[in-house]
Design a protein around this ligand. Structure first.
Ligand code: ADP
Ligand code: ASP
Ligand code: MG
Length: 439
């Protein structure tokens, strides 16, 4: 018998109807022995994700605002699923425990983790699988760094004890036993590390789209889906905001050579997207996909003879380090270098940073472009073909989009452009039309 790890995202476990669909998928293949679940997601557009409600609960507590109503909403959602499925999964007891912990000052990570915890309890009861808690198995260092090898060893040993198991996604523990979560969307990471731990034949990631689409469906109408994509290409797209799969979910499976299959819980008959090593991928199109993110600031620094001045960029970087600011990209020219920074790192710091750069580097000028978006056009097929960038820039010029920054990755698999936020969607559509529709 083989083994498949199947991770189900928020929408796949959002209510009793979805849990039933998920159960049917799992039962349809005896190899789907290890199941990882998210917290219930949105049931409809204006609905709330349970994880968001849990963070809201924590905010209420921090602000000393009454929180009983938020807690009740979350409890009702889980109780409703438990009741509709005719289960006794211990939801009531879970909430008694949560209340007891809240009164002792529970951490935000503990509170946020309960969505996955209870979701996994319900799924385990529904399937008749063992519940295996991620606490104690998925491990972080005291500083909060994910411990890859320790986790792999512990998870591998624990899961061999169970023929069939459900594992909650998103969280693990610190050395002192306190709960620590991954960043948002982190259940994808749990699924990937579980797949590596049991040497799965495939890591199935079940969500609400039939695979990875060439562009965000909220921006491009009916984008084509990608049949096959390499880990490298996918990582670039995921990093740039194609949110289907957490960017850190790729490393564990890639290392173990396990393919990832993105599937649609609502259309299980669709094949979805298969993610494999580059060598196994036949190139079909010039580009594989487009992804992007809003809200960046570009700080462009000009200085005559910059390239002849050793340590110039290092000085700029150390200033940014002093302000604890991470940098996304550093495109450079002969006498210019730009720092592309996500706005969330800059809150209230930008003016001081500019002052410091001007003073400490004696730059001739420092220009700031705010409200910028980054868009990555990704495809391993680009390297072999001439004129791809020319085509891209023509498409954007025709769409009347101003390009403020260009950065081509050294792999030639990725062209990143900076445009104004207001042009973000227009630019993505223009690129999609040129490379996909008009091909
Ligand atoms: P889950 O809760 O199952 O983990 P996510 O919301 O994290 O699901 O990811 C799936 C969503 O990602 C889709 O519903 C879609 O709106 C969005 N998305 C963004 N970019 C893409 C893309 N390139 N292809 C497919 N879906 C995308
Ligand atoms: N529930 C968590 C979140 O909403 C983790 C996940 O769904 O992957 O971010
Ligand atoms: Mg997700």
């Amino acid at each position: 018998m083989g083994v498949k790890v199947a991770k189900f995202g928020g929408t796949s476990v959002a209510d009793a109807i979805q849990v039933r669909k998920t159960g049917e998928i799992i039962r349809a293949d005896q190899d789907r022995r290890i199941v990882v679940v998210s917290a219930p997601g949105k049931r409809f557009d204006t609905d709330n994700k349970v994880t968001d409600l849990l963070y809201l609960l924590k905010t209420h507590i921090e602000q000393n605002a009454p929180y009983e109503q938020v807690l009740q909403t979350i409890r009702d959602r889980f109780l409703g699923v438990e009741r509709e499925l005719g289960l006794n999964a211990g939801v009531t007891e879970e909430f008694l425990e949560i209340e007891a912990r809240l009164s002792r000052g529970a951490s935000a990570d503990y509170i946020a983790s309960r969505g996955e915890h209870i979701s996994a309890k319900i799924m385990a009861a529904y399937l008749g699988y063992d519940f295996v808690d991620a606490a104690g198995l998925v491990q972080f260092s005291a500083k909060g760094k994910f411990l890859t090898e320790e986790t792999n060893a512990a998870l591998s040993a624990a899961l061999t004890e169970h023929e069939r198991a459900v594992l909650p996604g998103f969280y693990g523990t610190l050395p002192d036993g306190e709960i620590k979560t991954f960043s948002r969307g982190g259940s994808d990471i749990t699924g990937a590390i579980a797949a590596r731990a049991v040497k799965a034949d495939v890591y199935e990631n079940w969500t609400d789209v039939s695979g990875f689409l060439m562009a965000d469906p909220r921006i491009v109408e009916n984008p084509k889906s990608i049949g096959i994509i390499s880990y490298e290409e996918l990582r670039e797209l995921a990093y740039m905001g194609a949110s289907v799969l957490h960017e850190n979910a790729i490393y564990p499976v890639r290392m173990a050579g396990i393919p990832i299959n993105i599937r649609n819980t609502n259309k299980p008959e669709d094949k979805g997207t298969l993610i494999v090593a580059d060598e196994q991928k036949q190139d079909n199109g010039i580009i594989t996909g487009i992804a992007g993110n809003r809200d960046f600031t570009v700080v462009a620094i000009y200085k005559n003879m910059m390239s002849a001045e050793p340590g110039f960029i290092k000085r700029v970087l150390s200033i940014l380090e002093d302000y604890d600011v991470s940098i996304e990209h550093i495109p450079s020219g002969i006498d210019t270098v730009s720092m592309v920074i996500a706005d969330r790192y800059l809150e209230g710091k930008l003016d001081d940073i500019i002052d410091d750069i001007e003073r400490k580097t004696q730059a001739d000028s420092v220009e700031v472009f705010e409200k910028m978006s980054l868009i990555a056009t990704v495809g391993s097929g680009m390297a072999a073909r001439k004129g791809v960038s020319a085509k891209l820039f023509t498409a954007l010029a025709d769409a009347d989009v101003n390009i403020r920054m260009i950065d081509q990755g050294s792999s030639e698999m990725n062209i990143i452009i900076g445009v104004e936020n207001k042009d973000f969607e227009k630019a993505i559509r223009a690129i999609y039309n040129t490379f996909v529709i008009e091909q």
